[in-house]
Design a protein around this ligand. Structure first.
Ligand code: NZQ
Ligand code: ZN
Length: 383
């Protein structure tokens, strides 16, 4: 096992009725900016619960943060925070609202151009405190220091990570998920599934606990996914879904093991260029990564196939092909297509993505050998 440190500062408050704890979690003298998206929280009653809990606090609002949150919109919030002397940020929504608010928190404290946060030139040294209310299990952003932001003007999508943007608390009430449309449930299950895969499907480092934790999240997601789609207001299904998604990307399963975020890095380009939902890009790309990088990942693909899907072929290549097929079938069974043509993405986009990585001199993968040629192969077989 590799050396590691583990410190996750987010206090998680989980369960029915927990939004009412808000008034005790935020000091009364704080001036709060409540951020939200396109209005789902106003339709499902979450907004009302938040306002009721904070009736004695000073709260200002900023709505309209888009899915795949836009840099241009977030800069307006940065101005508002400065003008109003906000000292606490309260995102209420899915990953986009929380990620967007993490960017606001860091940009407000930065002396240089906020774009430097996303091109990696700025060193983040401070951020406003954030308390999050999650309404869509998927990204794990409620308990990590990551954020992914898109720039409309240039069709770029980049992430940043900082210890300063972990939420100080996150409230997860599974009842807030009862209003989720089918596609967001499917997206959430697939996103969480692929988060586990990106921290698991590398090479063995003798980490049986991390491996089994990862496999147990994967198996639970395969069980919960179809049930959550069928019974959208079943509290226990939503609770298990929510907890899986948080555990998939709060740092626990990646301690001491190699990671490979190739699927996400390529997927972000598909979203940047075509606004395809994040999880849908992952469902397309992951099977391609498993196939093209099968030699690097051989032992872990075989272990995953056997332990998660019961694949037992004695021929390694056959077992890997069967495992990839099982993974694809699972995504498809959740209602997420896994081929590029289903999203009207053609050869020109593959060429553009390969050119972008070539220009940026990007290489990734657990062994640093996923170069633009490999990216081309991965995308070509997903046409
Ligand atoms: O905007 P509103 O009206 O709130 O509607 C949203 C949005 O249209 C809706 N929604 C959310 N909760 C709802 C609901 N509708 C009904 N009932 C509810 N309870 O769902 C739509 C999608 O929301 P969004 O926040 O965009 O989805 P998600 O949580 O999947 O977040 C996706 C973003 O997170 C990034 C992705 O790249 C993408 O930008 N990620 C962030 C990560 C992180 N910070 O660690 C890791 C991930 O890999 C991912 O990259
Ligand atoms: Zn993801």
């Amino acid at each position: 096992m590799n050396n590691f440190e583990f410190h996750n500062p987010t206090k998680l408050i989980f369960g029915k009725g927990t939004i009412s704890n808000l008034d005790k979690l935020i000091a009364p003298e704080k001036k709060i900016l409540l951020t939200y998206g396109g209005g789902s929280i106003k339709k499902n009653g979450v907004y009302d619960q938040v306002k009721k809990a904070l009736k004695n606090h000073n709260v200002i609002e900023f709505g309209g943060i888009e899915p795949n949150p836009k840099y241009e919109t977030l800069l307006k919030a940065v101005e508002l925070v400065k003008k109003e002397n906000i000292d606490f940020l309260l995102p209420v929504g899915g990953g986009s609202v929380i990620d967007g608010t993490k960017f606001i928190a860091a940009a407000v404290k930065l002396d240089s151009d906020p774009w430097n946060i996303l091109n990696g030139k700025a060193q983040i040294k401070a951020a406003l405190p954030i308390g999050a209310i999650l309404t869509l299990p998927a990204t794990g952003t409620e308990m990590n220091g990551n954020s992914v932001i898109s720039k409309l003007a240039t069709k770029e999508k980049y992430g940043f990570s900082s210890k300063y943007v972990y939420p100080v608390f996150s409230i997860l009430d599974p009842e807030t998920c009862f209003s989720l449309p089918d596609i967001q449930i499917a997206n959430g299950i697939v996103d969480a599934f692929v988060h586990v895969m990106e921290q698991y499907l590398t090479y063995p480092v003798n980490s049986p606990l991390q491996d089994r934790m990862a496999e147990s999240i994967l198996i639970t997601l395969t069980e919960v996914g179809p049930k959550a789609l069928k019974n959208k207001t079943d509290y226990n299904e939503m609770a298990n879904f929510m907890w899986c998604a948080t555990m998939a990307l709060n740092g626990a399963i990646s301690r001491g093991v190699a990671e490979d975020w190739t699927t996400h890095i390529i997927g972000h380009e598909l979203t940047a260029l075509h606004e395809i939902d994040h999880a849908q890009t992952l469902a397309v790309v992951l099977p391609g990564v498993m196939s093209v990088m099968r030699e690097n990942k051989k032992e872990k693909i075989l272990q995953y196939g056997q332990r998660v899907w019961g694949v037992n072929s004695s021929n390694a290549n056959t077992a890997i092909d069967e495992t990839i097929a099982k993974t694809e079938q699972f995504f498809e069974s959740m209602g997420i297509p896994t081929k590029l043509n289903k999203y009207s993405v053609g050869q020109d986009t593959i060429d553009t993505i390969v050119k972008r990585f070539t220009d940026r001199k990007s290489v990734f993968g657990e062994k640093g050998d996923v170069n633009p040629d490999a990216v081309r192969k991965i995308l070509e077989i997903r046409k």
